[in-house]
Ligand binder design. Sequence first.
Ligand code: SAH
Length: 363
Amino acid sequence: MSKTKILSLLNQDTFSKNDLVYLLSFYNKDEKQLIFEKSKEIKQQFVGNKIYLRGLIEYSNKCTKDCFYCGIRAHNHKVERYTVSDADVLNCADYAYKNNYASIVIQSGETKDKVFIHKITQLLEQIHQKTKHALKVTLSCGEQSPETYKTWFEAGAHRYLLRLESSVESIYNTIHPNDEKHSYENRIQALKDLQTAGYQVGSGFMIGLPKQSLEDLASDLLFLQDFNIDMVGMGPYVEHIETPMYKQKDFLIPQEDRYHLTLLMYALLRIMMKDVNIASTTALDALNPTGRIEALSVACNVLMPNLTPIIYTSNYHLYNNKPDSLHSDKLVAYIEKHKTLHGNNIAFGEHGNSKHFENRKND
Ligand code: SAH
């Protein structure tokens, strides 16, 4: 009975919130395999079997925000603050260039400090100079003014990842302090500003937040579609002991369920949006050692090996059990270990721009 209904729903072109809630309800049941099969088929058809690399530089954990879930929030005084030196950033970029990653991501805590803004601009210019403009660069440095987004775009940033964390305003407001610095409206505006500035724009959510329902997750998927997002980075919420939200750990669904829900969210997004880039996020591996490989086989097409020098990484501690399973020097061994990557191949040397972005620009 449910099988017939699922199959007929999956053949629709558009999905209502009710359809998505129904499909999400199979996250811990065998029927979800039907959804995974459809997602794999669409992935093959629209983005192929290539996995694009994004070498990740966790540039700085200095943050002016106080998000209730995040291990590098300003009020966590147990974390040692760092900023990667210019020389180390350039070495990471050079490593990505020489190893044919084709793309890097610079991610950091959030600050609108002028010195920081200028530093990112300079680094972008130096990276491109050193790597002969061969790398595509994604920034993930939080909410900034339209002018800053423009400056960074002109200095050579091509893509920007800014997660909305939850598209449901009431949830957003319970996981962030209630002040100007953490406003839902400003975050949406920042996403619009990024589109205006010309970036390939990425967003995403945490999955399995306290009191988050399947309706809320269905809204998240619909948000990405309505917003015409090009790239998606969403992953399971993983509690961090030094954060205010840790108190709510007993109200969470089990980690295993969060893991399965995340995979199903990837699959449904692939079916809905078809040509977007979906990253297989690091947080998945905190819940299941082969999580990221599973996600790549089901729906994702982007993998982010970590390039950050080891001396810094223990302080970029966003959540408990953050894995170091895919540091860049282990990439070759990782591919070897998961030999076939379920029929996917790493696309060394290819930029892997979001096809959705290219189609959006041509429309
Ligand atoms: N400050 C930047 C990005 C740095 S944090 C920005 O706001 O864009 C990168 C991402 O880590 C966040 O967007 C959030 O979704 C994720 N994250 C933080 N704490 C987490 C947690 N406890 N569990 C899972 N993901 C978390």
